[in-house]
Design a protein around this ligand. Sequence first.
Ligand code: B12
Length: 249
Amino acid sequence: MPELSDIVNATIRVEIEEFLDRPDEIERNVELFANASTAMQHIAAALIEGDNEEVDRLTSQALEAGVGALEIMDDGLIAGMGIVGIKFREGFVFVPEVLVCARAMNAGMAYIDPILATSGAEPIGTVIMGTVKGDLHDIGKNLCIMMLRGGGLAVVDLGVDTSSEEFIEAVREHDAHVIGMSALLTTTMPNMGKTVEAFKDVGLRDSVRFMVGGAPVTPEFAEDVGADGYGQDALACVELAKQLAAEVC
Ligand code: B12
């Protein structure tokens, strides 16, 4: 069982010690960072500190050293953002600080995105992705989009605060059959169901497949709102999109 002292980066050790309280979260993060390389720990620490220039520099350095894009994304960027998320939830940091960290995350993702996108093959389907109406969270959706493109799917990104009408319009315009909806707020999750209903109203429900995700979304909720699948992370999103595309394309 890894221990806090197994984590090389001092900033990460202090962050876990000072800001994490729940035993399950402490255990998960100690294990995650103790198993991550020192370079990945430094990337996560720079992200937590909101230092976008350092994240930029360290990401580029890691890629040059031969570290894989997925490892940097999972063990550096997403791992760092996980700590920021907990600090935000517990009231240690507020919206402006989180935005600074999100900007640092984007500095790293700017390198990862083109690498994951270069599969070169003919797209196996088109996915319409958007964060639902009223919701401005897009970090997770953007990660899914990168992975979908890397997985050989064409993606139309509708951005955030996406209405049912915008989803419908995009499906018609791009002749797409798979829709991915993201929600991070319990107050906006019901808009996933409203979008499914709106597709029924215009007679398009049977020709498309819906996948849903986002931290508060569960498989049970997905079923309740009439979605065709739930994915808990970007990898699951790609598997699901391929499966759903095969059903309808
Ligand atoms: C970053 C962040 C912000 C940023 C967003 C910046 C941006 N450009 O996205 C800012 C500061 C703007 C923000 C604002 C707010 N936020 Co906020 N935010 C977060 C935070 C810290 C991290 C979210 C994140 O990016 N996670 C990292 C990504 C990688 O994970 P993810 O989104 O879950 O995505 C993964 C999976 O879920 C999945 N996935 C995601 N989408 C999809 C879609 C499909 C189809 C599939 C298959 C899979 C999938 O794959 C992704 C990759 O693995 C969370 C805390 C948390 N732990 O989630 C709070 C959190 C979501 N926010 C919260 C709140 C309350 C707010 C505000 C209301 C705060 C306020 N008072 O203003 C506003 C709302 C603004 C709005 N209208 O949307 C709450 C929500 C509580 C609730 N139960 O509803 C949270 C949970 C924090 C908390 N515990 O209090 N936030």
